[in-house]
Design a protein around this ligand. Sequence first.
Ligand SMILES: Cc1cc2nc3c(=O)[nH]c(=O)nc-3n(C[C@H](O)[C@H](O)[C@H](O)COP(=O)(O)OP(=O)(O)OC[C@H]3O[C@@H](n4cnc5c(N)ncnc54)[C@H](O)[C@@H]3O)c2cc1C
Length: 361
Amino acid sequence: MNYDVIIIGGGVIGCSIAHYLSERGASVAVVERHTLGAEASGAAAGLLGVQAEWTMYDSLFQAARKSRSMFPALSVKLRDKTGIDIGYQSSGIYRIACNEETAQQLRESVLWQQNLGEQAVIMTGEQLRDKEPAISPFVHEAVYYPEDGHVIAHELTRAFAYSAAASGATIYEETEVLEIERSGNTITGVVTSRGRISCAQVVVAAGSWSTPFLHMQHVGTYPVKGEVLSVTSYKSILSVPIFEEGFYIVPKRGGRYIIGATVTEGVYDKTVTMGGIQSLMQKAVAILPALQEAKWERAWAGLRPQSKAGAPYMGRHPEIEGLYMCTGHYRNGILLSPLAGRYMADLLEGKSVREEGFVCY
Ligand SMILES: Cc1cc2nc3c(=O)[nH]c(=O)nc-3n(C[C@H](O)[C@H](O)[C@H](O)COP(=O)(O)OP(=O)(O)OC[C@H]3O[C@@H](n4cnc5c(N)ncnc54)[C@H](O)[C@@H]3O)c2cc1C
């Protein structure tokens, strides 16, 4: 077996790169040790929260904005090509403030966002409750970001992979990459649990498990565990996602509500804890008391891949010919996945590209 490019990791990032590369005619294989989206990409709530997440400007904001703008056309394209509906909702997101101090910080973030041409509408608690009557008086103020939205993260991952396969890519599931093979400083292939595969280029998109493949000191990823739960309700409780620092309630189709997420750094186990779920439930019920009547569905945990540099590594290895990395998208990998895939496809094709906010070597 011989491919132009082997991608290590069948999460949303690896599958997006495979989608863009194989559409351009490259021969690509994705090697995934479990199943597609088995890790962070299957655990995510799917928020495309550019303005809701970036209340402080940093260099990644522009990339996040660009990536968000790719979703409307992408969702149509992936549905037409694969039959998979990624559940794209351009509903907007409410970022809420439960006290005056947070409301003041939000108002300040609205100013710089509006200066950059983004839409943001400040709402009093009463105005918010006119739109969403189930929200409790505990919520003091909110900002509505109409351009933000959400998708079904696992379906997006699958759709990227199926699209890549429709363009000729090979997807290896239940296959672990054990080692990247090279001759001197040039990539020659990978050794997997099912044998050797030749290639000229390898992209490391292994999420929280990327470090051993990156071959650079001080460069690596680590997990940040997040616990999440979901409930269902026959009655509509909320139509637009609510976001507060590190906490959200996301209404999904079929009367589902995803409530997340806890934050525990450096933990590789995905145990769902009583304390974690209790803290999410308490907060959710304080904001939306009607959730007390909702039916329990399930709880799970996932590992956000954080980079040691604090921003995603996206580029080529400075010394090893043919080795590329695209990892460390932390809590925004679903949002950043279309831009990351297109950017890496450009890079692997030899184009000179640069994107603010990505860590490149
Ligand atoms: C609870 C939670 C909520 C989140 N919510 C959001 C959200 O609302 N919006 C958003 O944008 N982002 C969100 N995120 C973040 C997002 O999920 C991640 O940034 C994104 O999924 C990272 O994708 P990835 O492909 O890099 O990593 P992963 O999805 O972790 O994929 C890496 C893959 O590599 C595979 N792998 C590892 N080692 C090997 C090997 N040796 N051989 C073969 N395969 C290997 C793994 O099995 C895994 O499938 C959330 C994350 C969590 C945990």
